[in-house]
Design a protein around this ligand. Structure first.
Ligand code: SF4
Length: 265
């Protein structure tokens, strides 16, 4: 396992499971290395694709069969991210260049859960810390920061193992799962081809994303693509036009398993 973990092995080990390929690969490898975490959390924004929800449930069973804890679902209780955007006539904050949506709907619910979790409270009271494992891969090492934190020690096993996206995909496949990205269906980090793929695979979800875009008061940005509107892209595609090739690319998502690294199939 990770060098980072060895000295503090009595500290509670928490995995932040994003529902996508990287953190799944990390957990699969942990089962092989017989490193059993004390808690695995999945933060549900309410906007994941149905296949992601199905995968998280199926993967949780797979983990339990191998002696790992089941996946604990956490969420921001008041409303989903989609409902929040509609109510505030806004887009997810990533569209404006901020990562508040990821902070509020992914990170904070997991921290809130841990704040009330007995092993964490006990170790904090004793002056120790909780070790949090995050599934950034070796290609994302720039994101693997080690912040000073009174309550947590952060570790990035995939980075320490030198695993890139390729190794993660192969590991997930070897366990019998289909590697997939996890992100909100309306995520502003979506690539153009992903928006078009959503239109084909989940037209009703696309329509909800377009409704969010239409409903938002877009004064600073044009739409979910920041400087382009998803609706324009979909309309152009339906007319078989290629008007968007010269537009700047999208911003990266701040979520653990939301980064899009795959190329267009
Ligand atoms: S997946 Fe995208 S929209 Fe959803 S919380 Fe993360 S950054 Fe925000």
């Amino acid at each position: 396992m990770s060098e980072t973990l060895t000295p503090q092995s009595t500290w509670p080990l928490v995995v932040s499971f994003g529902g996508g390929t990287n953190s799944a690969a990390m957990l699969i490898e942990m089962t092989r290395r017989k490193v059993v975490p004390d808690l695995i959390t999945f933060a549900d924004t309410g906007g994941e694709l149905p296949e992601t929800y199905a995968f998280v449930k199926e993967f949780s069973k797979w983990l339990v069969e191998r002696g790992m804890p089941e996946v604990t679902w956490v969420r921001y209780e008041k409303e989903t991210l989609e409902a929040n955007c509609i109510r505030q006539t806004m887009l997810p904050s990533l569209a404006y260049g901020f990562k508040g949506c990821s902070q509020k709907y992914k990170i904070q619910p997991q921290e809130k859960y841990a704040n009330n979790w007995l092993p964490a409270k006990t170790i904090w009271k004793a002056g120790g810390k909780v070790i949090k494992l995050i599934g950034y891969d070796a290609g994302e090492h720039h994101r693997a920061k080690i912040p000073q934190d009174a309550k947590y020690v952060y570790a990035y096993p995939l980075v320490e193992w030198g695993w890139g996206r390729k190794e993660c995909v192969a590991t997930v496949q070897s366990a019998g799962f289909i590697p997939a990205k996890s992100a909100c269906f309306f995520c502003p980090a979506s690539k153009k081809w992903e928006v078009l793929a959503l239109a084909k695979s989940h037209p009703q979800l696309l329509e909800r994303a377009l409704e969010m875009e239409r409903n938002a008061k877009c004064e600073v940005v044009k739409g979910l693509g920041r400087n382009w509107r998803w609706e324009d892209l979909v309309k152009a595609d339906s007319m078989q036009m290629k008007l968007f090739d010269d537009l700047p690319d999208e911003v990266p998502c701040g979520c653990y398993d939301g980064e899009v690294t795959e190329e267009k199939p």
